[in-house]
Design a protein around this ligand. Structure first.
Ligand SMILES: Nc1nc2c(ncn2[C@@H]2O[C@H](COP(=O)(O)OP(=O)(O)O)[C@@H](O)[C@H]2O)c(=O)[nH]1
Ligand SMILES: [Mg+2]
Length: 289
């Protein structure tokens, strides 16, 4: 097979990993790590999952995560893919404009308030709230990952939107998202890397994904992917270390309260806006008369 000696060592560590094992943490109660991928549609989330699956298991590339299958405007399946008995990756619906609803949905997923399956984005906040699961998966550690295509133009104003996402990820998971820059083969990404670090990211990695048309394994891509997975597990263990001594049930309740406040505030803002619009309409009618 095509790998360096270093690769086989990392691959072995990945297959033997259990939560906490990179720092020898025991008795913490966490039994599962979920690497959650977020990012805009078309930036390479599904391809990253396909790449991770074939490289971690050292098998031929397969399009397991359905890369390039178009998403509809409002829903998509949120699927889980198993890397080993304790580590899963989820391929979430692509972000579009980071609206309030999207940020709410992202937060709900970050704190294990969603089951896998269909994800609705354009629901009213009330329905979103009702759909939250009642039993938290408090034994699970979430590692947030933001997938970003280096080919995408990064205008300052659009780029600033990602700050909200990064901040929310940190609030909900205790981790800054790992940034994965895809489609970067011939692109100098220094400036992009700098911008993401400015927003708080500790890890910005470049990965040229395997794709349906470029699926021949090569050592450089394999090594980059294995290093990325190793960072994910180190981050997971850092979160476990941070959470030691905290009450997971209490943490979960705090997150739910936070989400409920987000919903309430959004609803209040919406009502205020509606009143202002109504007032403006009334005033313009008076002027016409
Ligand atoms: N050249 C190149 N193409 C990529 C890369 N990652 C994804 N693609 C292509 O970009 C398109 C969208 O990828 P996909 O994984 O479906 O994006 P998703 O919507 O974020 O899941 C597909 O045609 C992929 O083959 C990459 O790193 N390099
Ligand atoms: Mg996809």
């Amino acid at each position: 097979m095509l790998f360096y000696v270093g690769d086989s060592e990392i691959r072995k560590r990945l297959s033997e990993y259990t939560p906490g094992s990179t720092q020898n943490l025991q008795g913490h109660g966490y039994s599962r790590v979920c690497v959650q991928l977020f990012g805009m549609t078309g930036h390479g989330k599904s391809s990253l999952i396909n790449s991770c699956l074939c490289v971690a298991k050292d098998v031929k590339y397969r399009n397991v995560a359905n890369s390039s299958i178009a998403n509809t405007a409002t829903t998509m399946m949120r699927n889980e893919f198993k890397l080993n008995n304790a580590v899963y990756m989820t391929d979430n619906r692509g972000i579009t404009k980071l609206t309030e609803e999207e940020l709410f949905e992202i937060s709900a997923q970050f704190c294990q308030l969603r089951t896998t399956g269909e994800v609705m984005w354009k629901d009213g906040s009330k329905r979103n709230n009702e759909a939250l699961i009642k039993t938290p998966k408090i034994q699970e550690i979430i590692v947030p990952v933001f997938v970003y295509s280096a080919e995408y133009p990064s205008a300052p104003q659009t780029f600033e939107q990602y700050e909200a996402f990064i901040r929310e990820a940190y609030n909900m998971t205790d981790l800054f998202p790992i940034i994965v820059l895809t489609k970067c083969k011939q692109i100098n990404t220094k400036e992009l890397e700098y911008k993401f670090r400015q927003l708080g990211a500790n890890h910005v990695v470049r990965i040229e994904n395997y794709t349906t048309t470029n699926n021949q394994r090569n050592p450089e891509i394999d090594t980059n992917i294995l290093k990325f997975l190793e960072i994910c597990l180190e981050e997971a263990d850092q979160a476990i270390d941070l959470k030691l001594g905290r009450d997971p049930q209490q943490e979960w309740s705090n997150k739910v309260s936070r989400l409920n406040n987000m919903i309430k505030e959004a609803e209040e803002r919406k009502q205020k806006q509606e009143k202002e619009d109504e007032k403006k309409r009334y005033q313009s009618t008076c002027i016409l008369i």
